[in-house]
Ligand binder design. Structure first.
Ligand code: BGC
Length: 348
């Protein structure tokens, strides 16, 4: 069986190689890979800045954004051969903390969680993989063209869920949302905002395919910065992790606003901040800023709901390049106007 792997910490180790078929201990459901999506986290793992191989191994099979088809499933699993499934990325730490034990492994308290293709568990960029039934989410066949986008959508489903939870602290009737960054996560954040009936503004650097996607969704696209726009949104979702943009998102908040930080930064870049002025604005404006990462099973189901009967024609346009497994290396060479690049395992 072919798999795409890396040696974590070694930036020259990315390869496609023959691997052993998944071990029975990895789960009772055997899945054939259909597709794997790539994102900035994969880039970090490949560049050696993030990631860990499974215990006792040197190599880590890459891939966390995924779509597969069940080949074998136990009778009591609720799944059948042929079912379309997405594997849940994170697993609780082996000795679960209180949050993991409560099924909220996305809120793991001790950092002992594992993530497929990222942290101590082989990923989905292999022709066959295994999982337990509760680590899989079933999709209806009509979602096959967009199913590989489900995992990044779960991260955003969680972000919106948390925004609404925080909103319940007091009177909250959001009308205007701003999203910084029109990459796949930012565009999905806009998709969820439009579904909630909000006026959605998306900020990015240049006109182009992403701007068209925002407008076709019914959103407003800006190439100016958030402070330049003068907008005071009720909800902000920061998806770039770029320090100056993070600061804009934190400082542009309107009264009673909620700012969600969803982009991971590298660190090491300093941006001058008038902490006193920022503090005054946040305190007098009842502002909330919070961070979010990953997603638990509930968020996978929320994402399935947002895709089912949704604007799948628009979602499909986020996949700007599909590369067959035989040409896998090309998927890792960035091209202008790439939004989501997907490796097609179904042909290989
Ligand atoms: C994935 C998350 C994961 C995070 C940190 C993201 O790209 O979508 O599931 O928790 O990286 O490893």
């Amino acid at each position: 069986m072919k798999a795409i792997s890396v040696i974590p910490g070694d930036p020259d180790s990315l390869r496609l190689a023959d691997f052993k078929e998944p071990r029975a201990e990895e789960g009772s459901v055997l899945v054939e890979a259909l597709a794997v999506g790539l994102c900035a986290t994969d880039r970090e793992v490949i560049d050696g800045g993030h990631g860990e191989a499974p215990e006792g191994h040197r190599e880590l099979v890459l891939g966390h954004e995924n779509l597969g088809r069940v080949r074998e499933a136990p009778a009591e699993s609720g799944l059948e051969p042929g079912d379309l499934v997405v594997g849940i990325v994170r697993s609780p730490d082996p000795e679960p903390c209180a949050a993991c034990a409560a099924g909220e492994f996305d809120m793991c308290l001790n950092g002992g969680y594992r993530e497929h293709g990222i942290m101590a568990m082989d990923g989905f960029a292999r022709q066959l993989w295994r999982a337990e039934p509760d680590e899989l989410v079933r999709l209806d066949p009509e979602l096959e063209p967009v199913g590989v986008l489900l995992e990044p959508a779960t991260v955003i489903a969680k972000a919106w869920e948390q925004i609404e939870e925080i909103g319940r602290r007091a009177f909250f009737e959001p009308k205007v949302a701003a999203v910084t960054g029109a990459g796949p996560v930012g565009l999905l954040a806009a998709y969820f905002g439009i579904r909630r009936g909000l006026e959605v503004h998306v900020f990015d650097l240049e006109e182009g395919v992403k701007a068209d996607l925002v407008r076709d969704l019914g959103g407003i696209f800006h190439t100016e910065t958030l402070p330049e726009s003068g907008l005071e949104p009720d909800v902000l979702i920061e998806c770039t992790g770029v320090p100056s943009v993070v600061l804009h998102a934190v400082s542009a908040a309107g009264r009673n606003s909620i700012t969600c930080l969803a982009g991971v930064s590298d660190g090491g870049e300093e941006v001058p901040v008038d902490v006193g002025a920022l503090n005054k604005e946040m305190v007098l404006g009842n502002a909330v800023v919070f961070g979010t990462v990953n997603a638990n099973r509930r968020h996978y189901l929320q994402a399935v709901e947002a895709f089912t009967g949704g604007n799948t024609a628009w979602l499909r346009r986020l996949i700007t390049r599909t590369v067959p497994l035989s040409d896998w290396r090309k998927a890792f060479e960035p091209q202008e106007d790439d939004i989501k690049v997907v490796i097609d395992f179904s042909a290989g």
